[in-house]
Structures are given as C-alpha cells and as structure tokens.
Design a binder for this molecule. Structure first.
Ligand SMILES: Cc1ncc(COP(=O)(O)O)c(C=O)c1O
Length: 427
C-alpha cells in the first residue's frame, strides 16, 4: 500500500471515530455512555491476558481484583464489612442473581426441589416503573411473570407505599408469600428514586427480602450533593450496580452486592464440580467467583472497572454526575419556557421527560398525540443532529432525554432545543 493510500485510510478511520464520538455527545437517549478511554485499554488487556475469572486457580489476579472492586462498590454505599458481591454481565443478570437469593431465602428446599415445595405462591413486589428484567427473572426462577405485582406510582413515578402495603395484605389473606420487595434507584424511563427507607421498613415488617435496583442511580453515591437520594440503600439485602452505565465502563459490566456476606451468594449458587474442587484448605473458595452466580468461565471484567475507578476517582465520578444533573435541570428549565412543550414528571437525576403539545394537539385523541411525539423523535433522529428516545408514561408516548456522556456540554443542549423547536414547527 502506498503512503497516500495509508494516509487516506487513516484519515477516514479518524473521521469515522470522530463521528462516533460526536454522536455520543449528542446521544441523549438510552444509557450508552461515552467510554472512559482507560476502560477500552483495560478491556483489550483482558482479552490479551484471557484469564478465566471463574475459579481462583484459573485466574488468581482476576479473582483478587474482582474482590477489590466489589469491596469499593460496597464501601461506596456504606454496606458493612461483611458485605460481598460478584460482577455480572449487566443490570439484568445482576437482578436475576439477587432475586435468586431472595427466592431461596423463603424456604431452604426450593433450590433442590423447586418452588412447589414453598408453602404458598411467591410474590415479588416492584413499581410499575421497574425494569423488565424483574419480570424475566421471575419467569426464569419459576415464579412466573404473573408473580410480579406491579405497584402503581405517584404522579412523579415513585412507588406508592400505601398501595404496596395494601397489595401485600391482600396477597397474604389469599395465602401467598411475600418473597421480595424491589426498590428502584433510578427508574429506566424517568430516572427517579423510590422511597428506599420506607421500603426497607415494609420489607422488615413482612420479613421478606429487600432488593434495590440501582443499575442507573448507584453512582449518585459518589456525590456528596446527591448521595442523600440513596438514603436507605445500605438497608437492602442486595443491590444491583451497573458500571457500564453511569460509570463509563465498556459493555458489559454489572454487579450484584449482598449485605450479609459471600455465604448468601454461595448458598444460592455454589456447586463443587470434581475438576474445580481439589481441597486446598478452603482458602480459595472465597475467590471462586463461579460459586457466586450462574456463569462458569468468566471474562476478566474486573480489570476495566478497577482501572476506571482508579482513573476517574471518587471526585471525577462525583463531578460528572453533578454536571449531568445540572445540565438536565437546565434543559428542563428551558423546556418550561417553551409553550408548545410540557414536561412529564420531575428531574431527579439526569433524565428529563416531556411531550410536544402545540395548541393544535388539543383536539387530537391520545394515539394522534402519540404519533406526534414519534414523528418529532424520528425527524431529529434522521437528521443526525441528536438522538433522543421515547417512552410511555401515564399511558402516553413521551419524549425522553438522558444525559450520559461526559463530553456533553450546555451548547449541545442548546442545539437540541433548537432542533426540537425547528422540527416541531414543521409538524
Ligand atoms: C433500572 C434498570 N435496571 C436494570 C437494567 C438492565 O441493565 P442491563 O441492560 O445492563 O442488563 C436497566 C437498563 O436500562 C435499568 O435501567
């Protein structure tokens, strides 16, 4: 290949990469965080080393590093010294692992002899706004998707604790057992945080497992300004974290943390296959992560999380989380000043939901209004100027912005507002 061809190729690659990055800056939709460059290098290094993070004997360095990052995440949410956890492929798997512990906690026999040995139908309680992985987990765990009670939310999309109490009482009267209450710290559609302390009290009163899905909101714990939003998180039996969201770690990296120690996870998952269970005095069991979830061979994922935390530090994450929330509040204020847009819910984290409602929409029925939101979203997406998405709130299609790139600045929000106004005028 001659020099000019190589130069042309490099330049094309450069602009392609640049385009990717600039799109991420304006990628204001589902959490596809701009990556921390250190995470990319760490991910490559993990591939080169190709350690199997399943058993200590196969990957001692990965095991020690995984235990270290788990400790950092536990300390971040003020879990006590007994707490432990495991990395998972993402928030969905982390929720599944936690709910398996919750299910097995009801009766000892379930793990070996199935849910038919429970003295009643098991029920999981979560808000209508919980992530769909809760339903999937209920199905995989033999409780069935109908085993998840979707509790209505208030006008700001937090779980209603009065409705939760009523539903638990109703189920108890009908012979069902409360298996788990799930609180969400950062709901997928609106980013709001359930009343975590109150949910802990209800779980305690009903003697059931309490899980918090902090896949999105967990990193609020880095910020002194916003940590109080997670008040009560350390009361949960288990917590889902998802570092590939607001911690900018390359996909895939989730985590399940458990308050009462490694044994909780081992009780739910441990097996001792002959080829992995030579007696070495028991010291390696604690670092055999295959005993803590359903994966056998596991990728050395802890390295990218370890490096990301070292690189960003507590202050780096805190500053990013705080900046994202203030940019989102700025967006909300600007939208409030645009009469043809109406915000839905409140901004608690870096998610802002709103609808396009021009005067002409007043005579439209619900589906027509939904169509209007979809058309506006699609016009902006096709223009390539930004990417926002839609969700459904109170039964109606709603535009949704989530700021999740540390490269996004106020001028990008101004550009988005300008695009919204320009394309809305064409509808
Ligand atoms: C609250 C919440 N929990 C769990 C998940 C699932 O995470 P993942 O996509 O990493 O499996 C998501 C994803 O958006 C989420 O928002």
């Amino acid at each position: 290949m001659n020099r000019s061809r190589i130069k042309a190729l490099v330049s094309r690659r450069f602009w392609h990469a640049f385009g990717q990055i600039s799109r991420r800056i304006r990628c204001l939709s589902q959490v596809r965080a701009t990556l921390d460059s250190i995470g990319v290098w760490a991910d490559a290094l993990s591939s080169v080393l190709n350690q199997n993070a399943g058993a200590w004997r196969n990957g001692p360095a990965s095991a020690i590093i995984e235990a270290r990052v788990i400790r950092w995440l536990c300390d971040l949410i003020d879990y006590g010294p007994a707490s432990y956890g495991t990395l998972a492929s993402g928030g969905s798997e982390a929720n599944l692992i936690a709910l398996k512990c919750a299910r097995d906690n009801v009766v000892e026999t379930i793990k070996d002899r199935g849910v038919r040995t429970a003295p009643g139908e098991l029920v999981i309680y979560a808000s209508e706004q919980c992530h769909y992985s809760i339903d999937k987990s209920a199905d995989l765990l033999g409780l069935g998707r109908d085993g998840v009670r979707k509790i209505p939310t208030d006008e700001r999309f937090h779980i209603r604790v009065d409705e939760l109490r009523r539903q638990i009482d109703r189920d108890r009267e009908e012979g069902r057992l409360a298996c788990c209450i799930v609180g969400v710290a950062g709901t997928t559609s609106t980013g709001v945080i359930d009343p975590l302390e109150e949910l802990a009290a209800i779980a305690r009163e009903n003697n059931c497992w309490y899980h918090i899905d902090a896949a999105y909101g967990g990193p609020l714990a880095f910020s002194d300004q916003y940590k109080n939003l997670l008040r009560g998180i350390s009361l949960a039996n288990s917590v889902t974290f998802d570092p590939h969201k607001w911690m900018f770690v390359p996909f895939a990296c989730g985590a399940t943390l458990v308050r009462d120690g490694a044994k909780v996870l081992r009780d739910a998952f441990d097996m001792s296959p002959e080829y992995l269970s030579e007696d070495r005095g028991g010291a390696d069991v604690e670092f055999d992560f295959f005993r803590y979830g359903q994966m056998g061979t596991r990728r050395f994922n802890s390295l990218k999380l370890w490096m990301a935390i070292k690189y960003m530090g507590r202050e780096g994450y805190a500053a990013t989380v705080e900046r994202h929330i203030s940019l989102t509040k700025y967006l909300a204020e600007r939208l409030d000043a645009m009469p043809e847009f109406r915000r839905v819910g409140e901004v608690e984290t870096a998610v802002c939901c709103f609808q396009f409602q021009p005067e002409s929409a007043e005579i439209m029925d619900g589906p027509e209004r939904d169509g209007l939101q979809m058309r506006l979203q699609q016009m902006i997406e096709r223009s390539g100027e930004a990417w926002l998405t839609t969700t459904v709130l109170n039964g109606r299609r709603t535009l949704r912005v989530n700021i999740n790139s540390f490269l996004t600045q106020q001028r990008h929000i101004d550009d988005l507002l300008e695009s919204l106004a320009r394309y809305a005028a064409k509808l």
